[in-house]
Design a binder for this molecule. Structure first.
Ligand SMILES: [Zn+2]
Length: 149
């Protein structure tokens, strides 16, 4: 049994949460949707099982632009908290900026490397993956194909 416990909170403090155990995957994400949703040039997502995570204060607001993908954030201060994707069942991705000790979540790869901003330069030797860095349920399809309107 792993007894690692990490906490997270938004900028204003209205939302707080607790993560138990180790993440199964941590990745830089260079994709356009997440860039716009989080407001940064890129982000880092911490992959955990939903059962490892619980809110200890407040309730986030959720938003979905892409069917099957639900993002959560603080309705008061706007801090990105995470997202769920029907294509990756039993996986929850937490925003690195929501965690109280982000330095303890070193990324393991770059996802959507092809969409990185041209002036973002890394000196790491992490794998660079052009699309998703996780296997997805093919029956659900990809968010880009699910966009409507
Ligand atoms: Zn807040």
């Amino acid at each position: 049994m792993n007894d690692r416990v990490e906490t997270g909170s938004c900028f204003c403090g209205a939302i707080a949460a607790e993560l138990r155990g180790e993440p199964f995957w941590i990745t830089y994400d260079h994709d356009d949707d997440c860039r716009r949703a989080t407001g940064g040039p890129l982000t880092v997502w911490i992959g955990v099982r939903p059962a490892q995570f619980r809110f200890t204060r407040g309730t986030p607001k959720t938003f979905s632009k892409t069917p099957g993908v639900t993002r959560s954030f603080c309705a008061d201060c706007g801090t990105s908290i995470g997202y769920r994707d029907d294509g990756t069942a039993n996986e929850l991705y937490l925003s690195i900026g929501f965690m109280d000790a982000p330095e303890r979540f070193p990324p393991q790869a770059h996802a959507f490397w092809r969409q990185r901003l041209p002036w973002v330069v890394f000196a790491d030797n992490l794998p660079c993956i052009d699309g998703y860095s996780r296997e997805r349920d093919p029956a659900v399809g990809y968010p880009i194909d699910r966009k409507c309107g």
